[in-house]
Design a protein around this ligand. Structure first.
Ligand code: ATP
Length: 199
């Protein structure tokens, strides 16, 4: 499995559609300060489901939409599509090539798709979660993050290992199930109170 192409349109400084073709192995993005190198990495984490505006170096999620320049008006939507080569079947989906895409509209609406079919954010997160890439982005080490990884406490370090091992997905599902159980328990208590009142 390797990242094959990344198409960015209306995302941060990329007003026009830009496609980066990647090869297996190491890819280096080089360019002058402020030319958009980190925006490429932000686009990558965003399309994989990043939800934190701060992790994308913005104040709110709409900040990822091209805000305009002196010569170009702002755009109404940001779109990023990532094509992953899945010939080795590392992603649990029956396609040798998988394209995940994410669109954000300025009014706050969002769209996600896997190979052109609309899906939920959760579907993208689950698809990627066992592959070692995904929302928690431990394969994407941004500027300054290396220090954070090296100085992480035991709990955080365990989180990195759990994501790499694919345990995180099950932990999240367990947390969700426990929350449902808790809600169910309080409903049961409410029902039993009502029964007592009616007796
Ligand atoms: P450095 O080497 O200094 O870290 P870089 O190449 O990583 O720089 P980025 O941080 O990726 O650069 O890009 C910064 C540029 O992106 C700035 O010029 C900023 O104005 C522009 N930018 C960020 N968000 C938006 C947006 N929503 N709309 C338009 N331009 C944006």
């Amino acid at each position: 499995m390797y990242l094959k192409t990344l198409t960015i349109k209306g995302f941060k400084s990329f007003a026009s559609a830009t496609t980066l073709r990647l090869e297996p192995g190491i890819t280096c993005v080089v360019g002058p300060n402020g030319s958009g190198k980190s925006n490429v990495v932000d686009a990558l984490s965003w399309v994989m489901g990043e939800q934190g505006a701060k992790s994308l170096r913005g104040g709110k999620m709409e900040d990822v939409i091209f805000a305009g320049t002196a010569g170009r008006p702002p755009l109404g939507r940001a779109e990023v599509a990532l094509t992953i080569d899945n010939s080795d079947g590392a992603l649990p989906i029956d396609y040798t090539e998988v394209t995940i895409s994410r669109t954000l509209f300025r009014n706050g609406g969002s769209e996600y798709a896997i190979n052109g079919d609309s899906c939920r954010l959760l579907d993208i997160q689950e698809l990627l979660s066992d592959s070692g890439i995904g929302r928690e982005m431990h394969v994407i080490v941004g500027q300054g993050q290396l220090d954070a990884v090296l100085s992480a406490d035991a709990e955080a370090r365990r989180g990195f290992i759990e994501e790499a091992a694919g345990v995180l997905k099950h932990r999240k599902r367990k947390e969700k199930a426990l929350r449902k159980l808790e809600a169910m328990q309080s409903n049961l208590t409410r029902v039993s109170d009502l029964i007592t009142e009616l007796r």
